[in-house]
Design a protein around this ligand. Structure first.
Ligand code: GLY
Length: 385
């Protein structure tokens, strides 16, 4: 039987946006980095993600530390994208129009008012708009709109383009990507020794001083038990891609739906949030609900082509916060559990992981996201409660 053997300085498990961002920063330090993915690069949650970079619109979790991390990540986005676009000669579709949070009836308005209070408390800038101000910004909104909010600092990016740019940029700074390689950290004397697993018919044995686990919703299968407990679950999201004439420029959200316009005529409509494990089915009910809520907000969507339906799995930890940093095993770092925010948090995750791997202390921003916060896995006692 053949085998893939070798060595590198850092092995990254997971070639989604988060894993690639970590790999790109680490390779930029001059380290030899190899990324492994069980499928194609960017074929998991990154492929389905809408790409909203929206600390204000996504503030409903009311978590001050998460908002601080998101704001810091979004601050870094323009420079990061410019660098990636320059290095890869690939566009990432970064757009700066902001988000409109649209109320179509009174209960929407109550929900949006509640979000506005959270935003104010967390220091996130939004402006209340009247019905006429909403329609002046987006003439294709439903005439039923009764008001809402403008989040001027929200941004968006095309995660599929970003994934391509990251892969190209990573390879141009010396990194490599091995797809269809299902690997987990290998341990020796209690510390990381590299990764091992399978790539098709081949065994994989690659030595590495450091392993970064960024496997999204699949991180659990590569997570060594001795690294501590990782209470991770997939949260299924069904999402649609429509295509046709551009109807909106801003990201448009109601409490039921978000609509994300791309410059190439795609309109992303998302997303469900389902606790269904890794159920890959696209369901008629979800498609119907997404289209109905999209049509209620922007009636012109009825004329667009339904180009694609998709299912993604958000990696969510028990507290729905990410795990970024060293684990209970020397040399093993986690960059997972980003839940709804993988694309938004990718630059800050990559930069801070690189800082820590280089020997820096855990940055204060990351203290609440310590991968060791869940303690050790529960040990079966044999006592029936
Ligand atoms: N970030 C949006 C979502 O997960 O649906």
């Amino acid at each position: 039987m053949s085998a893939m053997v070798g060595d590198c300085d850092v092995a990254v498990i997971g070639a989604g946006v988060v894993g690639l961002a970590c790999a790109y920063e680490l390779a930029g330090l001059g380290l030899r980095v190899t990324v492994f993915d069980r499928g194609e690069a960017g074929s998991g949650a990154s492929r389905q993600a809408a790409g909203m970079l929206a600390p204000a619109s996504e503030a409903e979790a009311e978590d001050q530390a998460l908002v601080a991390l998101a704001v810091e990540s979004c601050k870094r986005y323009p420079g990061w994208v410019a660098e990636l676009e320059h290095t890869s000669q690939t566009r990432c579709g970064y757009r700066t129009e902001g988000s409109l949070l649209v109320a179509l009836h009174r209960s929407h308005l109550e929900e949006i008012d509640r979000l506005a209070q959270i935003q104010t408390r967390l220091g996130l800038a939004t402006t209340a708009l009247t019905r006429d101000e909403m329609l002046a910004r987006e003439s294709n909104l439903s005439p039923r709109v009764i008001g809402g909010l403008f989040a001027p600092e929200d941004r968006q990016i095309n995660p599929r383009w970003l994934t391509i740019a990251l892969q190209t940029a990573l390879c141009s700074v010396g990194g490599t990507i091995d797809c269809h390689a299902d690997v987990a950290p290998s341990l020796q004397a209690g510390r990381v020794a590299g990764v091992e697993g399978r790539a098709g018919a081949e065994d994989v044995h690659v030595r590495a001083e450091v392993v970064v686990l960024a496997g999204g919703a699949w991180s659990g299968s590569a997570w060594p038990e001795t690294a501590g407990s990782l209470p991770l679950r997939p949260v299924k999201g069904q999402i649609l891609r429509l295509r046709g004439a551009a109807l909106i420029d801003h990201v448009v959200r109601t409490p039921d739906i978000y609509l994300v316009p791309r410059e190439d005529g795609e309109l992303v409509v998302g997303a469900t949030s389902e606790e269904q494990g890794f159920d890959p089915a696209t369901t008629a009910g979800a498609v119907m609900d997404l289209l109905r809520h999209a049509w209620l907000a922007v009636p012109g969507v009825a004329e667009l082509e339904l180009a694609e339906t998709g299912v993604g799995f958000r990696p969510a930890l028990r507290d729905n916060l990410p795990a970024i940093g060293p684990t209970g095993i020397e040399g093993l770092y986690a960059a997972t559990g980003h839940y709804r925010h993988g694309v938004m948090l990718a630059p800050i995750t990559g930069m801070l992981i690189a800082e820590m791997v280089r020997g820096g202390p855990t940055p204060a921003l990351l203290k609440p996201f310590d991968p060791r916060r869940f303690g050790q896995p529960a040990v079966a006692t044999g006592v029936v409660p």
